[in-house]
Every structure is written in structure tokens, then in C-alpha cells.
Design a protein around this ligand. Structure first.
Ligand code: ZN
Length: 414
């Protein structure tokens, strides 16, 4: 057994324990509480994490690891459609090897940042092998793109063939990811929903990310029209005249919970629709800023009882794949939000969105041992959250399902 001890332990955001300890046995948490309360007769190896806070492993509820190697290679000039085009062009010459090494690098960066679970969006299962072999917990969302309603059936058949034989394992579960309301036809969205229900797999989509998307759906005009025309994807499309959430709701996509990524521009009526569906929203704070959006309504969503989790999105619109960095950014910018609520968004809220709330996201006996240790800066902080979210803090130790995946200072001496 392995015992982690540290100056602070946060079993969940509102429970801060001084001189804390977590005992790990066979991949699960056996004890989490005060070090002095641990049964001293049991035999275990101790890793002393010193001036750190042990927290639940961080959960990145939205990322595209395959784009890791696009870091600093795409410039954003204020035109979202142009940014998408740049990504498509940059990836075009990539070999399979380049995709795979980009994904592998993304996994390493995630573990080094204290992330223990990732919801990764990927195409064609290229990531499957490298993700399966990695020690991180993952939900592999297959990205579905096809705007031609006539091929909806065959696209779904291909997806089913692709995932056939892939079983969920201890650290891997599957999902389906219809890309956006402007790259996936209504017919295909409906089929994705049906497949997710039939197979009991996760489903998520990017939605209401830009005003271009809203213009495209409500009026059938704007930059997205030319993007689709350029790629010969427009067919005989006629616009629905609905806002994105209304559109998804009308086709039955929101009749049960799913994960809605971004939701940057949402009306009061749409908030009600999302709340009633029981869906979670994923907010990607620094990507949101990078792409020039202002004032994400996440506080409003939370007030309405909607679960809001955090994502980094990809390195094509961010500087790191670190949920800790996302939380630091929110802590700095939103003094009106309780730090406990920020930590909740980076941990338990992700577990709720990914339907794993009784397994990860908190440090409770019987839960899987997904744990991160954040080293606090030496100068005294007025409270533990000031320390965790200060610029000088860093993740030094990451455990997924009981196995040590990152140990910056070599503290785990067998
Ligand atoms: Zn995304």
C-alpha cells in the first residue's frame, strides 16, 4: 500500500484537512483524512509530499490531443472561420506518425499538470492505440463530421465498425462526438444520439461557440457558408431558422443528458432547455479568451443549477493542457466566484459530466485513486486556495487508479 501525506488535503473543495494523508490500496482509496488518524499498524510505503495540497485528480472535460503539435503554429486574427481553415491546412500533410506523436505528447503534458482524466476528441480512432496504452484515464470521443444528410447512415455504420470490438476497460470509455451544428447534418445528429443510447456511450458536441454559427443557423448567411462551399459540403442545405440549442432540442438531441461544449452565446430560453435536459456544459476559459470571446455566462449556468466543467480545448487555442492553469486563470479573473467552486469545476463537475461521479472527482474511501499534489509556493499564503492558485504553484505528483504517473522530484522510492 502507498500512503501520500502532505501539508494539506482537500478530499473535496469544501473539506480542507491540515496534515492530510491518503492511503491507496489496489488502485482505490482506502483512507483519506488526518495523518494522525491513520492506522499505524498497517504496512505501507510513505511518500511525503511536504508543502503541498493533495487534491482530487484534475479532469479535462474537453481537449483535442491530436492538435498538441499545433502549439504556436496557428495565428488567430480575429476570424474564427479562418482559424479553422488554418488548422485543416496545417494538419493536411501529417502522417499517421505525426498524429500519434502529437497525441502522446499531449498525454504527457496532461499528466504533468495533474490531469488524471481526459475527454479527448479524435478522428478515425488514430488515438486508440496510444491512448489505450497510456496510464491516463480517458474517454475517447470519436469525432463525426459529415454535413451531407444522404450519407448519415453510412457514416454511422463506419463509426460502429470502427468501435466494434473495442471494449471499455478500466481506464478507457468510448464516446461519440458530432462536431458542430454546421459540420454535421440533422439526420446524422439524430443517429449519433440513437447510437449513444443503444450502446450506452458518451455523447458531446461543440455548440453555440460563435456568432457565425448562430447567423448560419438562424439566417443561413455568413462566413460559415463560404467555409462549407469551399469544401464542397453545403449540398442542398436549408437553414432551420433556429438558435443552436433550439435546433438541437427540436431534433431530439437534448431529450436526455449530453455534454455541450462552449455554449458561449446562450439566451435565457436556451438556459432553460439545457437545464431541463440535465446536460453538462464545458467551459474552456483560456481558449475562450484566445478566440476573443467575452464574458462567458458560466456563473449564470451554475446559478440555474447546470453542471459546468472545465476543458483546455487544444493547443491551437491555448498555451498549456493544464486544468490547474485554467483554474488559476479563473481565480485571478473572477474574484466573485468562490475558489471552492473553481476547484469543483476542475474536478467533481468533470466527473459528473462524464458520468463517473461515484468513482472519481473526490477523494473518498472506495473511490478510484486519481490524485494530484500541488506544491505550494514557499511564501505564506493567506489560505490554501491562494497557495494552490498562485502563479508559483505546480503539480509535482500525479496518480491514476493507484499508479504513479508523474513524480517530478522522485519522491516515490520503492
Ligand atoms: Zn473543441
Amino acid at each position: 500500500m502507498l500512503l501520500l501525506k502532505s501539508k494539506y488535503l482537500l478530499t473535496e473543495p469544501d473539506t480542507v484537512i491540515d496534515n492530510g494523508a491518503v492511503l491507496i490500496d489496489d488502485g482505490k482509496i482506502k483512507f483519506a483524512g488526518r495523518f494522525e488518524d491513520i492506522n499505524k499498524h498497517e504496512s505501507y510505503r510513505i511518500v511525503d509530499l511536504g508543502n503541498s495540497a493533495i487534491v482530487p485528480g484534475l479532469i479535462n472535460t474537453h481537449t483535442h490531443l491530436e492538435l498538441t503539435h499545433l502549439h504556436n503554429r496557428i495565428s488567430y486574427n480575429g476570424d474564427f472561420t479562418d482559424w479553422i481553415k488554418q488548422i485543416i491546412i496545417a494538419k493536411e500533410p501529417w502522417t499517421e506518425h505525426e498524429y500519434v506523436s502529437s497525441i502522446r505528447d499531449g498525454i504527457t503534458r496532461s499528466l504533468e499538470a495533474g490531469t488524471t482524466t481526459i475527454a479527448d476528441i479524435n478522428r478515425n480512432g488514430l488515438a486508440l492505440d496510444v491512448l489505450t496504452k497510456s496510464k491516463i484515464r480517458k474517454i475517447l470521443f470519436y469525432e463525426i463530421i459529415d454535413f451531407n444528410p444522404d450519407s448519415a447512415e453510412s457514416t454511422i455504420d463506419n463509426y460502429k465498425r470502427e468501435i466494434n470490438g473495442i471494449g471499455n476497460d478500466r481506464l478507457l470509455s468510448l464516446g461519440i462526438y458530432p462536431h458542430t451544428p454546421y459540420t454535421v447534418s440533422k439526420e446524422l445528429y439524430k443517429r449519433c444520439k440513437r447510437v449513444s443510447e443503444e450502446l450506452g456511450i458518451h455523447i458531446a458536441t461543440h455548440v453555440s461557440e460563435t456568432n457565425d454559427e448562430i447567423e448560419f443557423l438562424t439566417r443561413g448567411t455568413g462566413k460559415i457558408i463560404s467555409l462549407l462551399k469551399d469544401r464542397d459540403m453545403l449540398n442542398n442545405w436549408s437553414y432551420p431558422g433556429l438558435r443552436p440549442i433550439e435546433y438541437l432540442s427540436n431534433m431530439g438531441f437534448l431529450k436526455s443528458e449530453c455534454i455541450l461544449v462552449h455554449c458561449n452565446y446562450i439566451t435565457e430560453e436556451e438556459i432553460d432547455v439545457i437545464r431541463m435536459s440535465g446536460s453538462s456544459i464545458v467551459f474552456c476559459p483560456r481558449s475562450h479568451k484566445y478566440l476573443g470571446h467575452k464574458n462567458h455566462p458560466f456563473c449564470k449556468f451554475i446559478k440555474h443549477g447546470i453542471n459546468v466543467a472545465l476543458g483546455t480545448d487544444s493547443l491551437a487555442s491555448n498555451d498549456s493542457l493544464s486544468i490547474l492553469d485554467e483554474m488559476k486563470y479563473l481565480y485571478e479573473k473572477h474574484k466573485d466566484v468562490r475558489p471552492q467552486d473553481i476547484l469543483h469545476m476542475g474536478t467533481a463537475a468533470g466527473a459528473i459530466a462524464l458520468r463517473m461521479k461515484d468513482k472519481i472527482g473526490r477523494l473518498m474511501p472506495g473511490f478510484d485513486a486519481d490524485i494530484a499534489a500541488i506544491k505550494l509556493p514557499e511564501e505564506r499564503a493567506s489560505n490554501v486556495f491562494d497557495g494552490i492558485f498562485s502563479q508559483g504553484s505546480e503539480c509535482i505528483f500525479t496518480v491514476v487508479s493507484g499508479s504513479v504517473c508523474y513524480d517530478k522530484y522522485g519522491l516515490n522510492k520503492e
